[in-house]
Design a protein around this ligand. Structure first.
Ligand code: BEZ
Ligand code: FE
Length: 284
């Protein structure tokens, strides 16, 4: 059969008919018509096709053990967040993207420890509980947290300035399912812009910023692992996150507290900020 713009998609779909893995067959046979429709609808030129290939080649060339430009591309196109959303928990805390900075193991820390090894400007206390969907506390759950500094940098981005493990901690919930740590309020920050994805943002007049957030992964035996963030209420970019990862339910008030007695309770000095979060895990 002649390969025409009308028959092209069907011919390629048919070519995958004998794929033994049924899911691989389904994915490929659904992908091809979408790709072909895009080329037909936009009347893609050969020059544009060459540019697209050069762009994707550059994305691949910017991937190594510590940099994943393809994930970044997926992030800024909203694909990471869409995948996260359709696979997320139905009843529990909403999930959001993992991001590229969970690349080193967080140091184990005791409840109440500080993850701010540099002594930032304003102390911040984060407390929370891990529960199941019925509200029953989950003692012995683990909560892995990582965040940037008040200046907007993760430890791995500033090895000369920050000790490894700054802004990171691996906590275990107590008998009440509770965890708590001291830190600083993270800043908003730009995603990496020195590669092809950054050039795409520039060419399309999109800003590269993410609103201020703390990353968390909560795990408990018999429950679905939750990968999420808490976002600092009132900060910039909550409505225009470069990677579309904000969910309203994850925006948390980091209240300013001025009473010295309350500061003493938490081992910090007033004024300080305080955020409270419940992490709800669904049964597996
Ligand atoms: C992050 O929050 O660490 C992040 C997420 C997606 C892309 C870049 C950074
Ligand atoms: Fe982040």
């Amino acid at each position: 059969m002649d390969f025409t713009d009308e028959t092209a998609a069907a011919a390629v779909v048919d070519s995958f008919a004998d794929t033994p893995d049924p899911r691989l067959r389904e994915l490929l046979q659904k992908l091809v018509p979408h790709l072909h429709a895009f080329v037909r609808e936009t009347r893609l030129t050969v020059e544009e096709w060459e540019k697209a290939i050069a762009f994707l080649t550059a994305v691949g060339q910017n991937c190594d053990d510590t940099r994943q430009e393809f994930v970044l591309l997926s992030d800024v196109l909203g694909i990471s967040m869409l995948t996260e959303t359709i696979n997320g928990q139905q009843e529990g805390t909403e999930s959001t993207v993992l991001g590229p900075f969970h690349m080193t193991e967080s140091p184990r820390r005791a409840n109440g420890d500080s993850i701010d090894l540099l002594g930032g400007k304003t102390p911040c206390v984060v407390t929370g509980r891990v529960t199941d969907a019925a509200g029953t506390p989950l003692p012995g759950a683990t909560v892995d947290v990582w965040q940037c500094t008040e200046e907007g940098f993760y430890d791995v981005q500033q090895p000369e300035v920050q000790p490894p493990g700054n802004g990171r901690g691996f906590f275990t919930t107590d008998a009440d399912g509770a965890f708590r740590f001291r830190t600083v309020v993270p800043s908003h920050y730009p995603i990496p812009t020195d590669g092809p994805v950054g050039r795409m943002l520039l060419a399309t007049k999109r800003h590269p910023y993410r609103p201020a957030h703390i990353h968390l992964i909560a795990e408990a035996p018999g429950h679905r692992t939750l990968t999420t963030h808490i976002f600092v209420a009132g900060g910039p970019y909550l409505d225009s996150d470069a990677v579309f990862a904000v969910k309203r339910s994850l925006v948390v008030d980091f209240a300013e507290i001025t009473e010295p007695e309350r500061a003493a309770e938490h081992g910090v000095t007033a004024p300080f900020r305080m955020a409270e979060i419940d992490l709800v895990l669904e049964r597996e």
